[in-house]
Design a protein around this ligand. Sequence first.
Ligand SMILES: Nc1ncnc2c1ncn2[C@@H]1O[C@H](COP(=O)(O)OP(=O)(O)OP(=O)(O)O)[C@@H](O)[C@H]1O
Ligand SMILES: [Mg+2]
Length: 637
Amino acid sequence: MTDSLEDADVPSRPYDWRLALRALGYLRQHKLEAVASLALTMLSAPIYLAGALLTGAAVDLFLAPDPSKPPTGFVLFVKQAVDFAGFGGSRQLGIVFMAVLFLAANLVEAAVEFARMVVMENMGQRIMFDLREELFAHLQRVSIKFYDQTRVGQLMTRISSDVGGLNEMLTSGVIGLLSNLAIVFYVLIWMFKTNWRLALVSFAILPLLITLATWFRIGVRSAYRAIGVQMSAMNGFLQEHLSGMLLVQLFNREARQMKAFDRINKAYQKADVDTNFYAAVFYPGVEILTTAGIALIIWYGAGQVIRGAATLGTLIAFIELAGNLYNPISEIGEKYNVLQSAMASCERVFKILDEPVMQAHPEPKRLTRVRGRIEFRDVWFAYRDEDWVLKDISFVAEPGEKVALVGHTGAGKTTVTNLLLRFYEIQRGQILLDDVDIRELDLHELRSNFGVVLQDVFLFSRDIAANIRLGNQAITEAMAAAAAGKVGADDFISALKQGYRSEVRERGAGLSVGEKQLIGFARALAFDRRVLILDEATSSIDTKTEMLIRDAVERLMLGRTALVIAHRLSTIQSVDKIIVMHKGEVREVGNHQALLDKRGLYWNLYQLQFSRDSAPVVEPVAEPRSFQHASSHGGAT
Ligand SMILES: Nc1ncnc2c1ncn2[C@@H]1O[C@H](COP(=O)(O)OP(=O)(O)OP(=O)(O)O)[C@@H](O)[C@H]1O
Ligand SMILES: [Mg+2]
């Protein structure tokens, strides 16, 4: 697949500081929390270590005191505290006091840790919330062209899981790393200050530990990368095939799709198993090395104690601390991966945020009282590179005029409306609304002049009334119902069990194409815009519905400029102007009668349809076109 690199769970460069800085920028709105969690991190490490050192101090002060070695450092500090509290005289009381101190240190540490987690978690959740909002807001503004090139399943992964990556990077990544470094730092200082020989012995296994961690890091990195690729492949596959289930079943493709899914599923499983293999070696390996390290400390340290070079308390403290030295170091190896895959997530999220949005004109012109004159002036357009879909298109629709676009499938009719609504930018020429180039208008203002009924009416999973009003407060439910009544949609809606309150299932499943189109009409009428754009559905509908739709179209066009793409030429015989398109060019212009007299393309189209409609032979039920329509769900046909 082409986008496997983009999906890789590893950023294009291993350390991208600009990326990291940009991610850190998200902490700026949460300075207080960031500083607080950092401070708490730095605080919790020494408290934790102090707790660990208390055991050794208790041994040196009360269990095996060595009169030849007066207490120093931490032990001295503890001794002063015990004396100050007045428990220095008795060994029993002293031990009890030490136990209480031990408990207190751990309680305080737990409290600090609790505070740190609450602060950090809250901050992380808020950052993710903001980022998701930022992403969605941005996605609403990027050009439709972006969606032609991006799979929806992929975008969903970005918003749902990659956003978590940024959080991971900031919280468990950066702050977790700092916390581990802090612990290692404190342990190092204490060990070297207390007994540098024993400290060196404690470090003996570090090269092995670092080697193991590096092996793990590199191995898991490629495994993670594979998981990322496979997961994205699976999501993309599922998204496409679940929404295209109708076609899968229609063409009896279940077995083949099962095989395809099986392949992806197996690859995903393998990637997962690979990762687990590394983990299965790494964690027991760390355990063994840690034990070996402690064994070394016991061996050498005990010798020192016997020779009188170290106190028993020191040895015990070293044993306690060794675990705290080894764990963070192996964890840093682990965190590195988290950080790296988080960085890859960030990179992908930022890539979306950097996707250009439709260019807004710096000083948009305002249209007061739109008349609804539309002009295409020498327009050239290609969806990709130089594959011209429209070639030098020019036409005018005067205010209030009804213009029809006809032509074979793929002629570029829908494209004309896409351009007028500025879903895509044209390469050459000009499109004008009331003699103003649409690029000089505010995008919202431009689109607010059009009532649009698309070829494939999109319905949201809400009730029918909501689908007509589309959240427009100015349209009351009564107005929605009135609009539905005027376009003749009222009959079938009222016949539904819950009428206007009936829930529409995903994408309008459960409604016929004609019914969906009627809801689309009601929507356009309720919004009451200056210009009507109507892209008629291509599927065959029965004669009764066809008549309903013809009447509805008449009503819709009343008092507006209308651009109608008709597939049934019967609907457009009364329009002012018919534009015949062929392979992206305007071939003929005129009214119905004039074009028929010309005996050209239009006449041909008309003959074709006329002979088909009146032919006694039974047509195949599914004309090729309706399959194309079904398979290009949501496409811009
Ligand atoms: N999003 C897109 N990306 C690339 N090419 C596209 C896109 N949408 C349409 N095309 C191509 O542009 C050409 C014109 O398509 P368009 O949808 O405008 O045809 P149409 O006249 O509306 O056809 P129909 O009568 O079937 O609706 C076709 O060749 C089509 O393959
Ligand atoms: Mg079309």
